[in-house]
Design a protein around this ligand. Structure first.
Ligand code: NDP
Length: 258
């Protein structure tokens, strides 16, 4: 893979899968625009990207909250101002909240959908004219929860199913213009998301232990493993792949209880 001179915008680049994706793209010479709210973390990730390959530019950092419409406009416009073009958009920022139909509420639905779906809808809408110019590509970070149903994370499941539908629809709409659109659907991946979603250390340790049974490959995934799939889908190596939702989940999507 070669991303020399390709401009790649990654949301949620301050942590977990987004951070690993930024570092992975930087090994292939990409010019990176990284966004998130935690500027200190973004700077640490940017430093790692800078050091990943000789001659790499330091990534361009754009602080912002993707649930804020003005911030999303600013993320896209400053990326274009800095680099003059966009080749790859990675819609990765996301949040997880727990709630069943009995314990959820519309505020939870709005919080989860605003970050996981609405922001992607808005940023993609703004980015598409530039992606058409470069015949670029989009990779959305969905989840195994988008293609399978798990109890207790209702709004999250629904948000990821909506994201997969967005992937397919936009792929159909832009295929004729040379823009490819795909999703990755990770299984349990070791990042901050579960603790941020409410698990304490003990619950998280149990959850990771259980992941050995819930994933065919007998373990949870690492962020780098998802990053490699994202870079592949964004690259010319995937030149005939569009509208796909690619599980990166140690086989979890194929499992059924028995
Ligand atoms: P992390 O919590 O480690 O990272 C989430 C990222 O999203 C952070 O960079 C965070 O930035 C950003 N983010 C969250 N809310 C906002 C917001 N309102 N505005 C801007 N940025 C925001 O989680 P992961 O790396 O695990 O999550 C990345 C994606 O992967 C998500 O879409 C998630 O649903 C998906 N995923 C994760 C799985 C897992 O097991 N880890 C499994 C399947 C899918 P900041 O902190 O700077 O605001």
């Amino acid at each position: 893979m070669n991303f020399t001179d390709k401009v790649v915008l990654i949301t949620g680049a301050s942590s977990g899968i987004g951070a690993a994706t930024a570092i992975h793209f930087s090994k292939y010479g990409a010019k990176l625009a990284l966004t998130g709210r935690n500027v200190e973390n973004l700077q640490k990730v940017a430093e790692q990207c800078h050091n990943a390959k000789e001659g790499n530019l330091k990534p361009f950092i754009i602080p912002g909250d993707v649930s804020n419409e003005n911030d999303v406009k600013n993320i896209l416009s400053t990326t274009i101002k800095e680099f003059g073009k966009l080749d790859v958009l990675v819609n990765n920022a996301g949040i997880l909240e727990t709630g069943t139909i009995e314990t959820t509420n519309v505020e939870q639905y709005d919080r989860v959908f605003n970050v996981n779906v609405r922001s992607v809808y808005q940023l993609t809408n703004l980015a598409v004219p530039y992606l058409i110019q470069t015949k670029g590509s989009i990779v959305n970070v969905s989840s195994v929860n988008g293609i399978r149903s798990f109890p207790g994370v209702l709004a999250y499941n629904m948000s990821k199913a909506a994201l997969d539908q967005l992937t397919r629809c936009v792929a159909l709409e832009l295929g004729g213009k040379g823009v490819r659109v795909n999703s990755v659907n990770p299984g349990v991946t070791i990042t901050e998301i579960h603790k941020r979603g409410g698990m304490n250390e003990e619950q998280y340790a149990k959850f990771l232990e259980r992941a050995k049974e819930t994933h065919i490959l007998g373990r949870p995934g690492q962020a780098e493993e998802v990053a490699r799939a994202i870079a592949f889908l964004a690259s010319d190596e995937a030149s005939f792949i569009t509208g796909a939702s690619l599980p990166v989940d140690g086989g979890r999507h194929a499992m059924c209880p028995r």
